[in-house]
Design a protein around this ligand. Structure first.
Ligand SMILES: N[C@@H](CCC(=O)N[C@@H](CS)C(=O)NCC(=O)O)C(=O)O
Length: 397
């Protein structure tokens, strides 16, 4: 049984992920073994980890971050025990040791491995995050992010601040499941298959599949705002956590460099669009993301050097987009906040007419103005997407 992602290898040299082990469910039923109660559960995450980050995004979007506490481990894997060589997620000794990471005040654990060993005496799998912890029974409820986000979506609605937000609405479930399947295989897990392949053939196969899937996303997002239509769903959050790490990490560290994300106009603007959903930007800690991947996989990056990213290009793009949004916003009640920037429909002249024409014709995200000025699209009302909160890149001032 693999004890870390670095050991999850088939005989052909392909990366093969092992299934999660703790699969209990929290339920709204007060008589269930794990009832939804404020203050009872804790979410252990790593800000670096996409799977944990999708759970954190849900905590924020659903307004559950007061009812369910959370904390992050240190960015870089460390020795989890003095008695063996295992490397994994560890807690810092203080809040200042690795900003963002916190000591484990609940259980006094030194590592995520300690928590697994507290929860089970004969656990033999990987010590992964996220971990959804029950403070009352002192055990792991669930360590599978795909299931945790479903619980957060529905089971805590009596205490969630944004209970009306439904990222898995019944009428879209079949479509979301279908999209999740190919996106998980080719993109979310696909980047890992590229990065952890130990032979050329499995890498070639994974990278080909990855770019076919990204091309498919680009095509879908050139016609509609989100993956499953006009409303943000689970499928978007699941894709977002991979996209936000793509150019900075996966392109370099995992050899996913056939095309950068910022060369996909629709996907890139879509990523920025989701980044602005209230709460989501706070779940993106690019420091932790870069430090973790480049620093924790010595078989891929033996010297642990962290490359400089494309911060400058991203900042320029953000600026261009901001100007464009002001233009589109001039005629858009939905984006009326942008009027405050001083632009108006009258003063924009020809440009605003072009923008409006393209907007009416479709969702051409090649023009950032159109990307965010999609007037025909109802905003994600329950969480009120505030397009004034334009912040990009996520790691610069
Ligand atoms: N199926 C799990 C996968 C979680 C996972 O692989 N987490 C990685 C971090 S990105 C991890 O903790 N790896 C620890 C290790 O490989 O030792 C989920 O989605 O919750």
């Amino acid at each position: 049984m693999a004890r870390s992602a670095l050991d999850e290898m088939s005989t052909t040299g392909a990366f093969v992920r092992t299934p999660s082990t703790f699969r209990n469910s929290i339920s709204r039923d007060p008589n269930s073994p794990f009832p939804a109660e404020a203050g009872r559960y804790h979410l252990y995450v790593s800000f670096a980890c996409p799977w944990a980050s999708r759970c954190l995004a849900y905590l924020k979007i659903k307004g559950l971050d007061k009812a369910i506490s959370f904390s992050s481990v240190k960015a870089i894997w460390g020795r989890t025990k003095d008695t063996d060589e295992h490397m994994g997620w560890v807690f810092p000794a203080s809040n200042t040791e690795d900003p963002g990471a916190e000591p484990d005040r609940l259980n006094g654990a030194k590592s995520i491995r300690d928590l697994y060993e507290l929860a089970s005496t004969n656990y033999s799998g990987k010590f992964t995050v996220p971990v959804l912890w029950d403070k009352k029974q002192k055990t792991i409820v669930n360590n599978e992010s795909a299931e945790i986000i479903r619980m957060f979506n529905t089971e805590f609605n009596d205490i969630a601040e944004n209970a009306a937000v439904d990222l898995y609405p019944p009428h879209l479930q079949a479509q979301i499941n279908e999209v999740n399947d190919w996106i998980y295989d080719a993109i979310n897990n696909g980047v890992y298959k590229c990065g952890f392949a130990k032979k050329q053939e499995p890498y070639d196969e994974a990278v080909t599949k990855l770019y076919e899937a990204l091309d498919k996303c680009e095509e879908i997002l050139s016609k509609q705002r989100y993956l499953c239509g006009e409303t943000l769903t689970e499928a978007d959050i699941r894709l977002f956590v991979t996209l936000i790490r793509f150019d900075e990490v996966y392109a370099v560290h995992f050899k996913c460099n056939k095309r950068l994300l910022r060369e996909y106009p629709n996907i890139f603007n879509y990523t920025k669009d989701i980044f602005q959903v209230p709460g989501v930007s706070s779940t993106v800690n690019m420091e932790h993301i870069k430090k973790h991947y480049y620093g924790s996989h010595p078989s891929i990056n033996p010297f642990g050097i962290v490359p400089h990213g494309g911060e400058r290009e991203l900042r320029l793009l953000a600026l261009a987009a901001l100007k464009g949004v002001a233009a589109a916003g001039a005629e858009c009640a939905d984006c009326v906040g942008f009027l405050r920037t001083g632009h108006s429909h009258q003063t924009l002249g020809k440009r605003s007419i072009e923008v409006a024409a393209r907007r009416v014709a479709g969702y051409d995200r090649r023009d950032p103005a159109v990307a965010l000025g999609q007037c025909p699209v109802k905003p994600f009302a329950a969480v009120n997407v505030d397009r004034r909160r334009w912040r990009w890149p996520p790691f610069a001032n």
